[in-house]
Design a protein around this ligand. Structure first.
Ligand SMILES: [Zn+2]
Length: 425
């Protein structure tokens, strides 16, 4: 058994007082504060913070050169490269997640089955990468907001967007993606979150109903890009598992989500960066959404809604900002933590739970567990030199602060004190 001793401990729920030991037996956590046995390997983490590995609830592994102006103009957005290139981007970004302290991601859509392929490559030991829940591409309907620009240029490269109509057509498409390894189906419930459309509705009620039923019958979850208030309500009612964005969320929606266990990824960082870039000038529309979400987050937290971290990292603002905070680069994912932690009524401990315990319940199908430090949970752990409760910006400095990343009980990054301190008792 491996025992990490003398740790300040965040267990996915709360920061426990004092110092603690965590024992790891193979791939799982054996317990907290168990007696150290003869032959155990002991690592003294010397008062550093031990916590579950971070899990992003919204990740596109293959976004790399997504140019926002091109999307608005209906041109190719850099998401239509050949499959091998998209996979190479995915391999790169998986490595980056580990280096940032992320041991897991929930896919939020990808091209060319990249999530499912990464999952195989990681399981086969071909590449290093986090634990992941594979997602489908965007599942859309003909002529919806993802199909409304320049029809004579519809992208034929496999991937970003796929289209079907009617419950039967969608059932077939959903089943096909489940066959190809998708463990999550991504639909576009409504327009919004800075993507305009002719109408708020993208998919008919009976179509959404069929997507959810078909996915759930195969033990697959559904996440929906949904922003309009009435569409949020309908998606909750129909049993969608994760709401992406939910710009116009209100207290009634929050109450319904708490009751049904619907998860929420506010992905505020994206809108904030668009505002910085001047995309909101004149209308103030995005600012109103940001204000609404900031107001609703503490209410949702109070109601015990499963809030998740994660955003649309893609490098899409590189051309405008030079250095894009939404680029897949070391330290960038950590910016969200401080950003959410600065909201009135949200504590640093809340934010840590959004990046560990909450997404952990969606990353693995029960009874398997991750995102918490508890007996029987997967040993996906990180060690930080510092106190994230005192300073959430610690996640923006992984090279300096991140001392260990353990995935499935195996060291992925080890910058802990030197070997001579590791004594067998
Ligand atoms: Zn997204």
């Amino acid at each position: 058994m491996l025992v990490l001793t003398n740790a300040r401990l965040f267990d996915g729920h709360t920061m426990l007082g004092g110092r603690h030991n965590v024992a790891v037996d193979g791939q799982t956590i054996a317990g907290i504060d168990r007696a150290i046995g003869a032959g155990d390997e002991v690592i003294d983490v010397d008062g550093m913070t031990l916590m579950p590995g971070l899990i992003t609830g919204h990740f596109h592994p293959d976004f790399f050169r997504f140019i926002i102006e091109d999307g608005i103009e209906g041109r190719q957005q850099g998401k239509e490269m050949p499959p091998g290139v998209m996979m190479a981007i995915g391999v790169r970004n998986c490595g980056l997640l580990l280096e940032n302290g992320f041991t897991g991601y929930l896919g939020a859509s990808c091209t060319n089955d990249v999530d499912a392929c990464l999952k195989i490559a990681i399981a086969e030991g071909i590449i290093k990468g986090p634990r992941l829940r594979a997602c489908s591409p965007h599942i859309n309907t003909t002529g919806d907001m993802n199909d409304a620009r320049k029809w004579w240029q519809r992208h034929v490269t496999p991937g970003v967007d796929e289209f079907a109509d009617g419950p039967d057509g969608l059932r077939k498409l959903v089943r096909e993606h489940i066959r190809r390894g998708a463990e999550t189906i991504k639909i576009f419930g409504s327009q919004g979150h800075a993507i305009p459309g002719r109408a708020s509705r993208n998919m008919a009620r009976d179509e959404i109903e069929m997507v959810v039923r078909t996915a759930h019958e195969r033990n697959v979850i559904v996440r929906s890009h949904v922003c309009d208030r009435e569409m949020i309500w309908e998606n909750i009612e129909l049993g969608v598992d994760i709401l992406d964005h939910a710009d116009e969320i209100d207290e009634a929606c929050i109450e319904a989500m708490a009751k049904r266990g619907t998860a929420w990824v506010p992905s505020l960082f994206f809108l904030q960066q668009l505002i910085v870039c001047g995309f909101d000038e004149g209308s103030g529309y995005m600012q109103r959404i940001v204000d609404n979400i900031r107001k609703m987050l503490p209410i949702a937290q109070q109601a015990d809604v499963k809030i998740l971290m994660g955003d649309d990292y893609s490098g899409m603002l590189r051309g405008i900002l030079g250095t894009d905070p939404l680029d897949h680069e070391l330290g960038n994912y950590g910016r969200e933590f401080a950003n959410y932690g600065a909201i009135d009524g949200i504590s640093a401990e809340d934010v840590l739970g959004w990046a560990t315990r909450n997404p952990g319940t969606l990353l693995l199908d029960p009874p398997a567990r991750t995102g918490v430090i508890a007996p029987g949970a997967k040993a996906d752990l990180i060690v930080l030199d510092g106190d994230p409760l005192a300073d959430l910006t610690i996640f923006t400095r992984p090279l300096e602060a991140l001392k260990m990343v353990m995935l499935d009980g195996a060291m992925s990054i080890d910058r802990l004190p030197r070997q001579e301190k590791r004594t067998a008792a």
